[in-house]
Ligand binder design. Structure first.
Ligand SMILES: [Zn+2]
Ligand SMILES: [Zn+2]
Length: 382
């Protein structure tokens, strides 16, 4: 977990820019049925407060301006009594939520922009191990996602949309996409007809999107004695997962012979099964199953600031044109001095900043980003 280093000055600075953000505008137009949600937040000292409820956005904003939390969460569930203990809340349903994150993509570029920050002294180490500065602290990873990271995660987001619209038949008007504020995207589905799905049904949806349980037999390849036989399913192979795999294999309903050749070329039933596993992994979307299956979870509030980055959880209306470091960067641009802890480059609000280990004057949104990432400290040098 990230920790805001050097407490006093850094925290004061962040609290001031966060408070300004919450005070100046209403950032919560995508918060529905507020009176039925449980709210929670994490303070700057890491303490978590839960089981809060608000009757309207005004009450919520007043709390945020007064207490200025680091992170704010709300329940996907609708409750009759949201501020009661968990078993006495009167659950009335929950939005279906999907979460995808850059860290689950195993991208080769991650190493180029990951830093290892000491949890005690804040020193930026070059490796993940005990801190070489204080010899006591352990390091936590912090990353500045690059263009390739965002392109890759947007590709997964587009695949997920295809699952939602085409395979699951969810209507576009019920799907809202948000940038998480750090390294992922959240999909909120507020279709009243699926609010009542229990955890098991949600797990089935998760398995489907991950491609779990898709077998050779699903596409018509069956084990037979020491070999295999082909029998394409009568219900066809041109819908859902079968269609995805069929198009990968370049086959259709009449391709029994071609499929037989493909299976033989991949070394028979077992070899084909390995190929198929790779194919389902590539065609599935690496959603976080725990997030989707939980019907009592709290999620980062759309419109709130992500304490890991100082960026906001922003609505994304068009995946292709959405630029996280621009469209979700909403903090003040008044200038402050920071001490960067390492050499780094960051582009925010279409401005590129190249920083060395030296004192530097930067807009507040850059300072907030770097302090949240553990990569700089505010300086009183001004
Ligand atoms: Zn240290
Ligand atoms: Zn990257």
């Amino acid at each position: 977990m990230n920790q805001i280093q050097n407490t006093g000055e850094n925290i004061n600075f962040l609290r001031n820019v966060f408070r300004k953000y919450y005070f100046e505008n209403n950032h919560f137009p995508y918060l529905y049925s507020i009176e039925k949600r449980e709210f929670g937040y994490r303070k700057f000292d890491s303490l978590v407060v839960r089981h809060l409820s608000f009757n309207n956005v005004g009450e919520l904003v007043a709390e945020l301006v007064r207490n200025v939390p680091l992170d704010i969460y709300y329940s996907n569930a609708y409750y009759g009594l949201p501020s009661n203990p968990i078993n006495e809340k009167q659950w009335e349903g929950a939005d279906l939520i999907f979460d995808i994150d850059i860290k689950d993509l195993d991208l080769p570029c991650i190493h180029e922009h990951t830093y290892y920050v000491c949890n005690l002294c804040g020193y930026v180490n070059s490796e993940r191990k005990q801190c070489i500065n204080c010899n006591k602290g352990k390091t936590y990873d912090t990353s500045i996602p690059c263009k390739r990271c965002f392109l890759s995660i947007k590709k997964e987001a587009a695949k997920l949309l295809d699952f939602l619209y085409c395979d699951l038949g969810i209507k576009e008007k019920f799907v809202e996409i948000f940038f998480s504020g750090n390294a992922g995207f959240h999909f909120h589905i507020n279709d009243p007809s699926i609010r009542n799905l229990d955890s098991n049904s949600r797990a089935n949806v998760t398995d489907y999107i991950l491609g779990n349980g898709f077998m050779c037999e699903s596409i018509g390849v069956r084990k037979y004695r020491n070999g295999f036989v082909i029998k394409l399913p009568k219900s066809g192979i041109m819908t859902g997962w079968r269609k995805k795999i069929a198009s990968n294999l370049g086959i259709n309903q009449k391709s029994e012979l071609k499929l037989k050749n493909i299976v033989e070329a991949s070394g028979g039933y077992e070899g084909f099964r390995n190929e198929l596993n790779k194919m389902t992994r590539n065609n599935g979307v690496p959603i976080d199953a725990q997030v989707t299956n939980d019907i009592h979870r709290v999620f980062r509030l759309p419109g709130s600031i992500n304490g890991k980055s100082g960026l906001t959880k922003a609505k994304c209306d068009d995946l292709e044109s959405f630029n996280p470091n621009n469209d979700a960067c909403m903090l003040s641009d008044s200038e402050v001095y920071v001490n960067p802890k390492t050499k780094l480059k960051i582009t925010l609000k279409n401005n590129t900043f190249r920083l060395d280990n030296a004192l530097e004057k930067v807009p507040s949104y850059v300072a907030a980003y770097l302090i949240c990432k553990g990569l700089a400290s505010i300086s009183n040098a001004q």
